[in-house]
Design a binder for this molecule. Structure first.
Ligand SMILES: Cc1cc2nc3c(=O)[nH]c(=O)nc-3n(C[C@H](O)[C@H](O)[C@H](O)COP(=O)(O)O)c2cc1C
Length: 171
C-alpha cells in the first residue's frame, strides 16, 4: 500500500523557496511505457486563472522537454536529503544516454491516469499543462540575465494546474 495521502495544495507544509530552490525537484513526464525525469531548481507554485499552479522552466535541449511537449500532464516530485545523489545524477546526465531509474534506484510509480512519479518522494504535485511559452530575449527586462544564463537556448515556461497532491507525513 502506498504511504502517500492525497492532500490539498493549501495543506502543503513546506516552504516552496526551500523545496524548489534548495532541495530541488524532479520533473517527470511520459507514460508507463516511456518516461523521463530531470532535476529542476527553478520554478514556483502559486495561483493563476483562479487555480493552484506550478511554474516550470525547461530548456529545449533537455530530453525531458520532448516528453513535456508530448504529454498533457507531468509531476514535480520532492525528496528528503537522502536522495540528493539521485537528484544530482538526474540533473547532470541525460535520459538519452542513461537509464536514470536503473542508475539511481528510484522506484517509478504511476497515478491512476498513468502519470509517472517516484515512490521515494515525500511530496508529489501532479500537474496539467495550461500555458506554455518560450522566454524571449526581447521580453527579458533585466538584460544581465541574458548574458549570465543564455546562449540562445531560452527556457520554455509551463504554467500547469496542480490537479493532485500526494504527500507523506513529512511533506
Ligand atoms: C540543481 C539543478 C537544477 C536544474 N534546474 C533546471 C531547470 O530548472 N531547468 C532546466 O531546463 N534544466 C535544469 N537543470 C539541468 C537538467 O536537470 C539537466 O540538464 C539534465 O541532465 C537534463 O536531463 P534530460 O536530458 O534527461 O532531460 C538543473 C540541474 C541541476 C543539477
Amino acid at each position: 500500500m502506498s504511504a502517500f495521502k492525497e492532500i490539498t495544495p493549501k495543506e502543503i507544509k513546506s516552504n516552496p523557496f526551500e523545496l524548489i530552490g534548495d532541495e530541488w525537484a524532479l520533473v517527470t513526464s511520459g507514460t508507463k511505457e516511456k518516461f523521463n525525469t530531470m532535476t529542476v531548481s527553478w520554478g514556483g507554485v502559486g495561483i493563476m486563472w483562479g487555480k493552484p499552479v506550478t511554474f516550470a522552466f525547461i530548456r529545449p535541449q533537455r530530453y525531458t522537454f520532448e516528453f513535456m511537449e508530448k504529454n498533457d500532464c507531468f509531476t514535480m516530485s520532492f525528496f528528503d536529503e537522502s536522495m540528493r545523489d539521485a537528484l544530482k545524477f538526474c540533473g547532470s546526465k541525460s535520459g538519452r544516454d542513461y537509464d536514470k531509474v536503473k542508475e539511481t534506484g528510484l522506484t517509478p510509480a504511476f497515478t491512476e491516469d498513468g502519470i509517472p512519479y517516484f515512490e521515494e518522494a515525500k511530496l508529489v504535485l501532479v500537474c496539467k499543462k495550461m500555458y506554455a511559452q518560450f522566454l524571449t530575449e526581447e521580453n527579458i527586462i533585466d538584460n544581465e540575465q541574458v548574458q549570465k544564463w543564455y546562449n540562445g537556448d531560452y527556457h520554455k515556461m509551463y504554467v500547469s494546474e496542480i490537479v493532485k497532491v500526494l504527500a507523506k507525513s513529512d511533506n
